[in-house]
Design a binder for this molecule. Structure first.
Ligand code: FES
Length: 68
Protein backbone atom coordinates (compact mmCIF):
# COMPACT_ATOMS: atom_id res chain seq x y z
CA UNK A 1 0.00 0.00 0.00
CA UNK A 2 1.28 3.45 -0.89
CA UNK A 3 1.58 5.64 2.20
CA UNK A 4 3.06 8.78 0.68
CA UNK A 5 1.89 9.37 -2.88
CA UNK A 6 3.99 12.51 -3.34
CA UNK A 7 7.22 10.66 -2.58
CA UNK A 8 6.15 7.19 -3.80
CA UNK A 9 6.79 5.54 -0.41
CA UNK A 10 4.94 2.37 0.43
CA UNK A 11 4.10 0.70 3.70
CA UNK A 12 7.04 -1.69 3.49
CA UNK A 13 9.54 1.13 2.99
CA UNK A 14 8.13 3.08 5.92
CA UNK A 15 8.24 0.04 8.22
CA UNK A 16 11.85 -0.71 7.20
CA UNK A 17 12.89 2.86 7.90
CA UNK A 18 11.16 2.86 11.30
CA UNK A 19 12.77 -0.47 12.22
CA UNK A 20 16.24 0.78 11.30
CA UNK A 21 15.93 4.29 12.72
CA UNK A 22 14.62 4.08 16.29
CA UNK A 23 15.11 7.84 16.75
CA UNK A 24 12.37 8.57 14.20
CA UNK A 25 9.37 9.72 16.22
CA UNK A 26 7.58 12.19 13.96
CA UNK A 27 6.26 12.11 10.40
CA UNK A 28 8.75 14.82 9.42
CA UNK A 29 11.61 12.73 10.81
CA UNK A 30 10.28 9.74 8.91
CA UNK A 31 10.39 11.72 5.69
CA UNK A 32 13.96 12.81 6.41
CA UNK A 33 14.95 9.22 7.15
CA UNK A 34 13.48 8.20 3.78
CA UNK A 35 15.46 10.95 2.07
CA UNK A 36 12.49 13.10 1.14
CA UNK A 37 10.30 15.92 2.42
CA UNK A 38 6.57 16.19 3.10
CA UNK A 39 4.80 17.91 0.24
CA UNK A 40 0.99 17.85 0.37
CA UNK A 41 0.93 16.49 3.94
CA UNK A 42 -1.90 14.03 3.38
CA UNK A 43 0.26 11.13 4.57
CA UNK A 44 1.20 12.72 7.89
CA UNK A 45 -1.66 11.20 9.95
CA UNK A 46 -0.97 7.77 8.45
CA UNK A 47 2.74 8.10 9.17
CA UNK A 48 2.02 9.21 12.74
CA UNK A 49 -0.15 6.14 13.23
CA UNK A 50 2.51 3.84 11.77
CA UNK A 51 5.18 5.35 14.02
CA UNK A 52 3.00 4.77 17.08
CA UNK A 53 2.20 1.22 15.97
CA UNK A 54 5.84 0.27 15.32
CA UNK A 55 7.05 1.87 18.56
CA UNK A 56 4.32 0.04 20.53
CA UNK A 57 5.33 -3.25 18.90
CA UNK A 58 8.97 -2.58 19.81
CA UNK A 59 8.08 -1.72 23.40
CA UNK A 60 5.98 -4.87 23.69
CA UNK A 61 8.77 -7.05 22.29
CA UNK A 62 11.26 -5.48 24.70
CA UNK A 63 8.93 -6.04 27.65
CA UNK A 64 8.33 -9.67 26.67
CA UNK A 65 12.06 -10.28 26.26
CA UNK A 66 12.72 -8.77 29.68
CA UNK A 67 10.05 -11.00 31.23
CA UNK A 68 11.75 -14.18 29.97
S1 FES B 1 1.24 12.08 0.36
FE1 FES B 1 3.02 12.34 1.58
S2 FES B 1 3.52 14.42 1.26
FE2 FES B 1 1.84 14.09 -0.09
Amino acid sequence: MIVCVCNAKNCRTVREVLANAPHVDTPAAAHRAMGCKPQCGRCLPTLAGMIEEVRNETAMATALAAAD
